[in-house]
Write a protein that binds this ligand. Structure first.
Ligand code: LMR
Length: 395
């Protein structure tokens, strides 16, 4: 018997696969605008000074290497919960938070939980992060999409989105990106979030928020505003968060799943979440959670981290406007205007797949297949930026 002979080769992952190609590319002028990270000019991940200090503190405490509990390091879990839904007030709603292996791990646990206990149907935005569909399908959910149409001027077609959320089967799960929409960079306004909240309530849909880029949009609190709004409005909901980008802890795989519920529901929910985690990886890694908790729980480090996030956002804004200004020179009536309105790391260059490939092959410029560009990875030098813009405008 030859079991393995019939195994089919899967295509490479559209984001991670490109990182392998980029690494192998010998051209010195190559530039990687494809993956959603905050790189330094040498392409390596930016290191936050506050997080480096938190890590040094953790090392000096010589914390144990024992297994963490199934749902993670408690000081981390509590600190994340406070960050996401705000400090616990008397009579306020309850929440439960489990540590997860990155934002992806949190989404996977959430997907499993939804499929087992709530609904078999989830709606994701079209377009969305390339991994959402595969991930939720792997959880046993049927995945459909709702339109997330961004016009050339950057306006989101909110009516189309709302109409669809109204029309889909009652009691569906809806995956919403709270800020820094991946890949468009265009988020609903707070007023529009209120409308989304109203429709989800009317139709008994359950929200699963993905907030992988928290703090890199318009500010920590602003980025959380839709979640806080839903929380105040009494939604039962799930929130997958991550410290990959906003603390630069990518490889540490530090994420969390928070579930907003009633106090008496926390214990049964926690038991079901632990059941899911135990069968996948038993318990999460400790090192990154120690670091994140150290930062979140120290007044000084947390303040420093907030200030660094502020600086990063200002840098992103600068890069975005430099890119936009260069673009305008070539295309005064351009299809790139949505860039100006975007927040966070991403914007979509309206390019075909073959144009994206051509940019890669002929100019060593790596964009995601759907034309998504990571603004944070653009060069600060005007000369280099000019080369990139020239290539994009003429591809
Ligand atoms: C991205 O969208 O580029 C990042 O979130 C990295 C990933 O896991 O795809």
């Amino acid at each position: 018997m030859n079991y393995f002979a019939s195994i089919e080769q899967e295509p490479e992952d559209p984001i991670y696969g490109l990182q392998v190609l980029f690494k192998k590319d010998p051209r010195p002028e190559k530039i990687n605008l494809s993956i959603g990270t905050l790189p330094n000019s040498d392409g390596k991940a930016f290191k936050f000074a506050s997080i480096a200090k938190a890590e040094a503190n953790v090392h000096s405490q010589n914390l144990p290497k024992d297994y963490l509990p199934i749902d993670g390091y408690e000081p981390f879990r509590l600190a994340v919960q406070e960050l996401i839904v705000g400090p616990k007030k008397e009579n306020s709603r309850a929440a439960y938070t489990a540590q997860a292996v990155g934002g992806t791990g949190a989404l996977y646990i959430a997907g499993q939980f939804l499929a087992r206990h709530i609904t078999k149907t989830i709606f994701i935005s079209d377009p969305t992060w390339v991994n959402h569909r595969k991930l939720f399908t792997a959880c046993g959910l049927e995945v459909f999409s709702y339109p997330y149409v961004v016009a050339k001027n950057g306006a989101l077609d909110i009516q189309h989105l709302l109409n669809t959320l109204y029309a889909i089967p009652i009691g569906s799960a809806v995956c919403l990106q709270a800020s820094c929409h991946n890949p468009t960079g265009i988020d609903p306004t707070l007023q529009e979030w209120k409308e989304i909240s109203r429709i989800l309530k009317t139709r008994n849909h359950i929200a699963l928020f993905d907030i992988a880029y928290l703090g890199l949009g318009t500010g920590l609190e602003d980025d959380l505003a839709p979640i806080r709004l839903f929380f105040e409005e009494g939604h039962e909901m799930l929130i997958a968060s991550s410290f990959s980008k906003n603390m630069g802890l990518y490889g540490e795989r530090v994420g969390a799943l928070t579930i907003a519920c009633h106090e008496k529901e926390t214990l049964p929910i926690a038991s079901q979440i632990r059941k899911i985690i135990r069968t996948i990886y038993s318990s999460p890694p400790s090192h990154g959670a120690y670091i994140a908790a150290e930062c979140l729980r120290s007044h000084a480090l947390r303040g420093e981290w907030h200030a660094e996030l502020h600086t990063k956002r200002a840098e992103l804004d600068q890069l975005r406007s430099a890119f936009y200004q260069e673009m305008e020179k070539y295309r005064p009536h351009d299809p790139f205007t949505a860039l100006k309105a975007s927040t966070g790391l991403f914007s979509i260059c309206r390019l075909t797949k073959s144009q994206v490939l051509k940019l890669r092959d002929e100019n060593a410029i790596y964009l995601a297949e759907d034309g998504r560009i990571n603004i944070a990875a653009l060069p600060h030098s005007r000369e280099l930026l000019h080369r990139i813009v020239h290539a994009i405008a003429h591809v």
